[in-house]
Design a protein around this ligand. Structure first.
Ligand code: ATP
Ligand code: MG
Length: 585
């Protein structure tokens, strides 16, 4: 099915931060980018300094850094406030004897304290690692243990439910600081902070010092702990300027949970390095509330995810029409394939097409993007960031990039291969904690192999095909689940789809689709036949042969369809690591 190009007007192009993509692609290098940041006076590079101090002491000092929405009202935190709050937290870590490089974990909902913990930790020179507040005791224990967590900041309720049952198994965790009355074994964060000065010289960390530990989403297996360094801030800052079009006077809302890499790279660090105002909403997804946030907070740049967009689409454009979204200037999405319908729906219902972005926990920042000044091909992930060398590598029999004598071959235009990024961008992960061997396996010569399959078209746009682990081999074809899912999404009854390969004696594997229906549609044999025929018409030989209706597709907590779980359930296999599985609703 063809989708029309969404073209940008000359005025739109001229207005974008990155107005001349082709020129920047030619001329940009990361050394230039470094000069956009200030560095710690006297030497060093520190994420917190770039996010907080630089603005607190400048013209944006009394501008709102965080606008936190909660059931009890709205709290505004200025850059100067944030400087004091994070300095006090850094002093506290110092008082507690926490050493630079030690790990500080947060298990918190979205609120001021989470930001203070993250930025205070970085200011102190220790390493920040976020946990998703909805994790159960086992995932919490496993990550703190693997990350050698020395400090945890959480709430009394979360502590009692998720940490107390496993505390004995975490002997290295010396301090638990809680927001409220401390249960046994913990201390009150507020009481401790009250004893500490609100001045703390930012740690003169080096660019290569460890700053962040991020666990991956666990979509394809057990989550891995990706190590990031302070230098990553260079990429956070520049990608936010170019891919998200961020400016100091923007009101920015990133809906990703801060427990994941997006919620930290773009929910905390990147917008603050621009001196923007960040909207923080404690509440979970609710279509009306989200529209109201966009309207009432005058959000100008919105960074969200395909699952959220699909949920809004289920409510129809009528709901969007009831809100004044005129402040919006740019909408971007990340985390999963963004179906072309959603891109186009954005233009119709929200006044702006959705700009897809591709990156991973390991890449630390946006690598491929639909830039504001560049025409959109709905369904494509976009073009590489200036300064980032991306390629599709030719595959071997196992479906991964073929490596011979450390060498790889770049695939031809339109040929499906493994997506790879050439080493040397600032936010590249520097290891999987305690797993050097796995880290080494991610590289072939100069290339980092992403585990995703893609193709690039003749104009250099990149198209997502699937995870190397999810690809279906049927009757000699290699089929990317995303292509099949997208085609079925175009059917008016379909809200969401997960596609897997199921062993088949003749074809090797056959394509099976699990379909969630939109409200107002009932599962029936007739609809199943209609969908099968619809698939055949649009996909030909790669169309699904089997369709099941499933109103509760398994998702990771970061919103991705967990195809490996659909497959394991279908085949009666062990479900593997399900620590990041979202509780069924
Ligand atoms: P794990 O590595 O533990 O299996 P994960 O890969 O889902 O989990 P993340 O780092 O959170 O963990 O997600 C990155 C992945 O998400 C990418 O490798 C890709 O598969 C998918 N992804 C991200 N953005 C896009 C996009 N725009 N289009 C398609 N897929 C995307
Ligand atoms: Mg991954």
């Amino acid at each position: 099915m063809g989708w029309d190009l969404i073209t940008k007007t000359p005025a739109q192009r001229a207005a974008a931060n990155l107005s001349d993509y082709p020129r920047m692609r030619e001329t940009f290098d990361w050394a230039q980018a470094r000069t956009r940041l200030s560095g710690v006076p006297g030497g060093g590079l520190n994420i917190a300094y770039e996010a907080v101090d630089r603005h607190a002491t400048g013209p944006r000092g009394d501008a709102t850094a965080l606008r936190c929405l909660s059931a009890t009202g709205t709290t505004d935190v200025t850059y100067q406030d944030l400087l004091r709050l994070t300095s006090r937290f850094a002093s506290l870590l110092d008082t507690l004897g926490v050493r630079p490089g030690e790990r500080v974990f947060s298990l918190l909902g979205r609120g001021v304290e989470l930001y203070v913990t993250a930025l205070g930790t970085l200011r102190h020179g220790s390493v920040y690692s976020p946990l998703f507040a909805a994790f159960g005791p086992d995932p919490v224990r496993e990550r703190i243990a693997r990350g050698d967590g020395a400090v945890l900041v959480t709430t009394p309720e979360l502590y009692e439910r998720k940490v107390a049952p496993v505390r004995e198994q975490l002997p290295g965790m010396r301090h638990v600081l809680v927001l409220g009355d401390p249960p046994p074994g913990t201390v009150s964060l507020a009481d401790e902070l009250a004893r500490c000065p609100d001045r703390f010289d930012v740690a003169p960390t080096r660019a290569r010092d460890m700053a962040l530990l991020h666990f991956t989403s666990g979509t394809t297996g057990a989550p891995k702990g990706a190590v990031h360094v302070h230098e990553a801030v260079v990429a956070h800052h520049v990608t936010a300027a170019w891919a998200l079009d961020l400016r100091p006077d923007d009101v920015f809302w990133c809906t990703a949970d801060p427990g994941w890499v997006t919620g930290t790279s773009y929910g905390i660090i990147a917008p603050l390095t621009h001196g923007a105002t960040v909207v923080v909403d404690a509440a979970e997804f609710d279509a009306k509330r989200w529209y109201a946030n966009l309207a009432d907070q005058h959000v100008s740049v919105w960074y969200t995810a395909p699952t959220a967009l699909r949920m809004l689409m289920r409510h129809g454009a009528d709901l969007a029409d009831q809100y004044d979204l005129s402040a919006l200037r740019h909408i971007a999405s990340v985390g999963e394939p963004l179906n072309p319908e959603a891109v186009v729906w954005g233009a119709q219902a929200l006044g702006h097409p959705i700009h897809d972005n591709w990156w991973q926990t390991e890449t630390g920042a946006i690598m491929i993007s639909n830039f504001p000044a560049v025409d959109i091909r709905p369904g494509a992930m976009g073009l590489p960031m200036p300064g980032v060398d991306v390629a599709v590598l030719r595959r071997g029999d196992d479906g991964r990039a073929r490596v011979e004598g450390g060498e790889v071959t770049v695939a031809a235009a339109d040929e499906v291969g493994e997506l790879a990024v050439r080493r040397g961008w600032p936010s590249m992960f520097r290891g999987y904690l305690h797993d050097d061997e796995r880290y080494a396996r991610c590289f072939a010569g100069a290339w980092y192999l992403t585990g995703d399959l893609a193709r690039s078209d003749r104009d250099g746009y990149y198209w997502f095909v699937g995870r190397a682990d999810d690809v279906i081999k049927s009757a000699g074809h290699l089929i990317g689940p995303f292509e099949v899912e997208s085609a079925l999404m175009a059917h008016p009854a379909v809200a969401e789809v997960g596609v897997i390969g199921k062993p088949d004696p003749v074809a090797g594997e056959l394509v099976k689709a699990f379909v969630t229906l939109k409200p107002g549609h009932e599962a029936s044999d007739e609809l199943r036949l209609d969908l099968l025929a619809f698939g055949r018409r649009n996909l030909g030989g790669v169309a699904p042969k089997e369709i099941s209706f499933d109103q509760h597709l398994p998702h990771t907590r970061s919103g991705k369809v967990m195809r490996r779980l659909l497959r394991a359930r279908e085949l009666g296999l062990d479900e593997g690591d399900t620590s990041t599985l979202e509780a069924p609703v």
